[in-house]
Design a binder for this molecule. Sequence first.
Ligand SMILES: NC(=O)C1=CN([C@@H]2O[C@H](COP(=O)(O)OP(=O)(O)OC[C@H]3O[C@@H](n4cnc5c(N)ncnc54)[C@H](O)[C@@H]3O)[C@@H](O)[C@H]2O)C=CC1
Ligand SMILES: O=C(O)CCC(=O)C(=O)O
Length: 389
Amino acid sequence: MYQVKTFNAIAKTGLETFDDNFKINQSETPDAYLIRSVNLLEEKFPTSLKTIVRCGVGFNNVPLDRATENGIAVFNTPGSNANAVKEIVISLMIATARNLFAANDYSNKHTEADISQRTEKDKTKFNGTELAGKRLAVIGLGNVGARVANAALALGMKVIGYDPYLSSNAAWRIDNKVKRASSIRRAVKNADFVTVHVPKNDDTIGLISTTEMTAMKDDVVLFNYSRIGIVDNKAAVEGVKSGKISHYNTDFGEPILADQPNITITPHIGGSTLEAESNGAVQGANTVMNYLESGDTTNSVNLPQMNLPFEAQYRLTLIHKNVPNMVGQISTEMANRGINIENMSNAARGSVAYTIIDVNSIESDDREDLLNRLNSIKEIHRVRVIEHS
Ligand SMILES: NC(=O)C1=CN([C@@H]2O[C@H](COP(=O)(O)OP(=O)(O)OC[C@H]3O[C@@H](n4cnc5c(N)ncnc54)[C@H](O)[C@@H]3O)[C@@H](O)[C@H]2O)C=CC1
Ligand SMILES: O=C(O)CCC(=O)C(=O)O
């Protein structure tokens, strides 16, 4: 039986997805971690741990290189919460354009019985604008960005996107009326609204900072529903103070943003809907089961993605360095024990490679000896033998 350890609240629908071969507990020797936003950057991983599955998208809370060296496959659940983020961003665009938060504050302060005359006079302070006809720049056109872009078009906005790494699959999801910019500066130049939907990594920290804000037109409305640090908050506060930015909306608070006019902060709830949490948890549970029971690495964020039909009695999976003669060494060890390979596949991703070997018989003595021998090859991070159920 496999042990699955959780760290955050995982939707019940996800926990109920596991079959009897999986036990959810706080075991000291888990096979899998099923997580959301818990910070694992300093976590010491137990040797039993074979996979970390993030229910959600951003995996900047997981030390990928260290996980790979420990032979741990890391996954996310792409797209599971994209609609939730799209809806919060679109709702805040409308709320910002119509001054809804300020209007609500006003109405809560003025509750006297004969308010109607005063309201008729004061309400001009809250005159808004409409989204139709306005320009939106979307930086990052993946699962969230594409949905935001398409929804904004449906509201009558003009949309321009920037994503130099867009996959062809992702490109299919984007309405062809979304214009493509060749740089961030070009994308944001005439935009009334700018929203960022990229992963947090070394290249995207400070992606939107003073230089990019200077390229924006005055009164722009800016969004960061990606991760803290992708928009430089210090520059954003200065932009709001100078009037360059009319409103800054972010899902990631920090002291510098607190209690400032024209800054709206939500507590990392972009993906917090019943539907998104359920999608992520169900997808996450299926990912744990598929990886542990078949070695399937679809949606892995650190290993090459491989999905082979499991048609033999046993499957060996090996996570190893991407260096010459690994497959040669592995198959020699098998041949030395007279083990016939039915099917074999190998793929690389940067400095790491993944090999799957299907066989129909391994004597139990041979199995232990083979595992010891393969585990002693220093370039191999982890070997597993999975028996077909
Ligand atoms: N606030 C919240 O609760 C949530 C936040 N997120 C954050 O939003 C991010 C995006 O989510 P998804 O769209 O689902 O991810 P995704 O992986 O589907 O899309 C990300 C897109 O960003 C693009 N990209 C990467 N680097 C870029 C760069 N330097 N400039 C422009 N584009 C770049 C990629 O090519 C890709 O198309 C996640 O990585 C996560 O950090 C995601 C879900 C919920
Ligand atoms: O609610 C969560 O688990 C966080 C969602 C998120 O930020 C993500 O999926 O990247």
